[in-house]
Design a protein around this ligand. Structure first.
Ligand SMILES: [Zn+2]
Length: 349
């Protein structure tokens, strides 16, 4: 794990590295969505917790790092909105706490209870006697109540603790919050850095892909070249997904070749699913803006309970998709389940 996992983050990472000498109590890392601001914050938080960081980077080997990776470090806390929690599953989490809620009830805002809970968390001393780190994302989603509750914590910062606020848009934060924080801006990559990143990740048509991702290469989600499909097969796939509830197994069998690259196919479905959920929130499409009308129309038919379960199925499949026993069979099943997320519950279900 590097402090600057991406070349365009070298500068802000260096700023953070220098801050380690005298740890600030509050930090505000901000940059457009997908610029890497969150990734940088998470990496910095890990380095703060680490017993013996190497050049400002978490060592990954000490007891503290081991606890972090297992998800059990009592002095590292992530405060996410429900929506971010949903879209940024932490690597150690197999099940989401909010799995019983329906997609439509997921909030994009950090709640007042979470800020109060954070205050309580910080009111006792660190469990392991070392540093503590808190990452709050998206900090710019906080309303006045949440902000003033957080302000109380920021005004009396506990020793050895760094609170890292991450915001897409710094202007949406109250000036009183901003003034309490050391501010670290994160700039998106230059066009050539973005293209270079995608090319290095083995992505074909890197230039077009970067445009599709709005200039934010990290939004490609997966940087594995396996996860990119050739365009004509992707189009076939999108055609299937566009059918939504009308998607029938005969269509699937007709369209999917025997040697389908499963990991890439699942990645396409994941991206489509992301856009579909975004459409239910009235948000713009991140991956398939050309299909926005179809996505909007499909979104109105979405059975949110089934859709949430489907996301779990996608996540699980993507985990073992690299070495499938029978990729085509798995994919057929996944696509049939997809058509079902548009169906209402039957009385006997
Ligand atoms: Zn360590």
């Amino acid at each position: 794990m590097e402090l600057a996992p991406y070349p365009w983050l070298v500068k802000p990472a260096e700023v953070l590295r220098r801050m380690r000498k005298q740890l600030p109590s509050a930090l505000l890392i901000h940059g457009p969505r997908g610029s890497g601001a969150y990734e940088l914050a998470a990496a910095f938080a890990r380095s703060v917790i680490c017993q013996s960081p190497v050049d400002g980077v978490a060592c990954g080997k000490c007891d503290e790092c081991k606890l972090v990776v297992s998800g059990n470090h009592p002095d590292l806390k992530f405060v996410f909105s429900e929506l971010e929690e949903f879209f940024h599953p932490k690597p150690w989490e197999s099940k989401k706490e909010n799995v019983t809620k329906t997609v439509k009830t997921l909030s994009g805002k950090i709640k007042i209870e979470q800020i109060r809970e954070l205050g309580e968390f910080l009111s006792v001393t660190a469990h392991r006697g070392g540093n503590r780190a808190v990452v709050v994302y998206p900090a710019d989603s906080m309303d006045k109540d949440q902000s003033s509750a957080l302000l109380k914590t920021l005004e009396e910062p506990p020793a050895g603790t760094v609170i890292i606020l991450v915001a897409d848009d710094i202007d949406r934060l109250l000036p009183t919050i901003r003034s309490r924080c050391q501010i670290v801006p994160v700039s998106p990559p230059s066009r050539s850095q973005g293209i270079a990143y995608l090319e290095k990740s083995g992505i074909k048509n890197a230039e077009a892909e970067l445009a599709r991702l709005g200039g934010m290469p990290l939004l490609v989600h997966e940087s594995d070249s396996e996860l990119v499909m050739d365009k004509s097969m992707e189009r076939k796939f999108l055609h299937l997904l566009e059918l939504g509830p009308q998607l029938a197994s005969v269509e699937i069998i007709k369209s999917i070749p025997r040697d389908v690259p499963l990991a890439a196919a699942v990645a396409v479905i994941q991206r489509w699913y992301w856009d579909l959920i975004a459409a239910t929130f009235g948000l713009p499409s991140r991956y398939y803006p050309d299909q926005k009308t179809i996505l909007d129309s499909l979104a109105t038919h979405l059975n949110s309970k089934k859709a949430l379960a489907y996301n779990q199925a996608l996540l699980e499949t993507s985990r073992f998709a690299a070495h499938p026993l029978n990729g085509r069979l798995i994919l057929e099943d996944l696509l049939m389940k997809y058509s079902e997320i548009f169906r209402r519950e039957r009385a006997n279900q």
